[in-house]
Design a protein around this ligand. Structure first.
Ligand code: NDP
Ligand code: HSE
Length: 431
């Protein structure tokens, strides 16, 4: 029986899961694959930390360079979650002809081009199923299952932590801070949870998906990103009254000219849409291909076990690729698409929450600004509640460009009857 030696860099939440499940399901993997996957070295920083899993101390090193220097190790797993060091580790592995498996979406989003250029040059595959949507095999789906499709759109809930927070704020009415602490305790959040709540973890995943779907590595400065940190319990309640749920949504679309848009932001989606019932740590992606039509993927988007499941699938494929080399190294660039639409030109619908003086004529003033800018109102309501002399006033606005709505917000915010900066959240009706 052939054995493949693996170097595991990172023994945190995910790394420990990979070691545990490779060990527990060893017989199953052997039977299915016809070879053995052996972890030969583990790199970590703190040798005294309890990781909740038993592993031989003799294979541990605090220098990830030891993995690169071992000629028997032909597959490396990067689960350190670092920037410079993880990049050096991955590029060092590629230069030495070692196959790479990683879950590091931040690194791939920022350095994907460099990594895949190196992979192609050295003919070394890079696998990264764990980088997007935890246990959902979405990378395989976009790259392989939909290879014969132009991807029209992807709408995805792709950050487990923020979905967990929004769900807990909605269902248990706990605070944002409490819900984030719970997500961290469950191992869902990034080492720096700011990335989860400011939208950038989802944005890194959106960049990876868009790059795979459209064949060019999408620059992170060409996408629009907003997090859930400004969402209030009031917004969630008002949205519900209007028949919507608020989700952090990644939206990726291509138009008929081959121009794409990539954005991540809190979004009001109709309560009846299937994505509105994706709760807790679960992720889901609705992918529309020109041949396949609508498809839906659902599963746990973060946490030790689902992420481990994706890493192990990649390990099995990495070893199979060593047995039968392929010409696909993880990313297939092409020239059919190539430009990203500026956010100013992106068209969508909007929820506006204003805090206004409680007196006659206020609605007319706000409606006047919108009307003068040729922006239509699709609904309007005055929710319960007061803020001193001021009251909330909520509008849903018909389709407009971001530039138009920004202009409207500036003018509305300057009206004397408007007491606080207006709050705007984008709406997606999937029409
Ligand atoms: P953790 O912070 O729990 O684990 C990181 C591990 O890397 C730790 O064991 C740490 O060692 C080790 N490490 C960090 N720097 C070094 C270094 N310089 N040398 C050696 N070891 C090092 O992160 P996670 O396991 O949660 O995440 C790992 C990766 O997987 C990240 O890229 C993350 O974005 C990604 N990911 C995470 C998911 C999740 O649900 N948590 C889901 C999908 C992807 P020590 O323990 O000694 O400090
Ligand atoms: N922090 C990430 C999340 C981990 O919450 O989705 C999975 O990529």
């Amino acid at each position: 029986m052939q054995h493949f030696a693996i170097g595991l860099a990172g023994m945190g939440n995910v790394g420990a899961g990979v070691f545990k499940h490779l060990t527990q399901n060893r017989a199953l993997l052997r039977e299915r694959l016809g070879f053995e996957l052996d972890v030969k070295k583990i790199a970590l920083r703190d040798i005294n930390k309890n990781r909740g899993v038993d592993f031989p101390t003799g294979i541990v090193t605090t220098r990830w360079q030891d993995i690169l220097d071992d000629p028997e190790i032909r597959i490396v797993v990067e689960l350190m979650g670092q920037k410079e060091e993880s990049l050096r580790f991955m590029l060092g592995a590629i230069e030495r002809g070692k196959t790479v498996v990683t879950g590091n979406k931040a690194l791939l989003a920022e350095h994907g081009r460099e990594i895949f250029d190196a992979a192609t040059k050295h003919k070394v595959p890079v696998f990264f199923e764990a980088a997007v949507a935890g246990g959902i095999p979405i990378i395989k789906a976009i790259r392989e299952a939909f290879i014969g499709n132009h991807i029209r759109s992807i709408h995805g809930i792709i950050n487990g932590t923020s979905n967990y927070i929004l769900t807990q704020m909605t269902e248990r009415e706990i605070s944002f801070t409490e819900a984030l602490a719970e997500a961290q305790a469950q191992g869902y959040a990034e080492a720096d949870p700011t990335l989860d709540v400011n939208g950038w973890d989802a944005a890194h995943k959106a960049v990876i998906l868009a790059s795979l779907a459209y064949g060019f590595w999408v620059p992170t400065d060409k996408i629009f990103v907003e997090g859930i940190d400004q969402i209030t319990a009031g917004d969630i309640r008002f949205a519900k009254k209007l028949g919507y749920a608020i989700k952090l949504l990644g939206i990726i679309k291509a138009d008929e000219n081959g121009e794409i848009e990539v954005r991540v932001h809190p979004t009001l989606i109709p309560e009846k849409h299937v994505l509105a019932s994706v709760n807790g740590v679960f992720n889901a992606l609705a992918v529309h291909g020109d041949v396949v039509g609508e498809t839906l993927f659902y599963g746990r988007g973060a946490g030790q076990d689902p992420t481990t499941s994706s890493v192990i699938a990649d390990l099995a494929e990495a070893a199979a690729a060593l047995q039968s080399p392929r010409s696909n190294y993880g990313f297939m660039p092409h020239g059919l698409y190539g430009t990203c639409k500026p956010i100013d030109q992106i068209v969508c619908e909007y929820y506006l929450r204003l805090t206004v003086e409680d007196r006659p004529g206020v609605v007319a003033q706000v409606a006047g600004v919108l009307g003068a800018l040729n922006i239509g109102i699709s609904s309007l309501f005055q929710p319960e509640g007061t803020e001193g002399e001021a009251v909330p006033l909520v509008f849903v606005i018909h389709k407009a460009t971001s530039a138009q709505i920004q202009n409207a917000l500036d003018q509305i915010g300057a009206l004397p009857c408007v007491k606080k900066a207006p709050r705007m959240i984008r709406v997606e009706n999937f029409a």
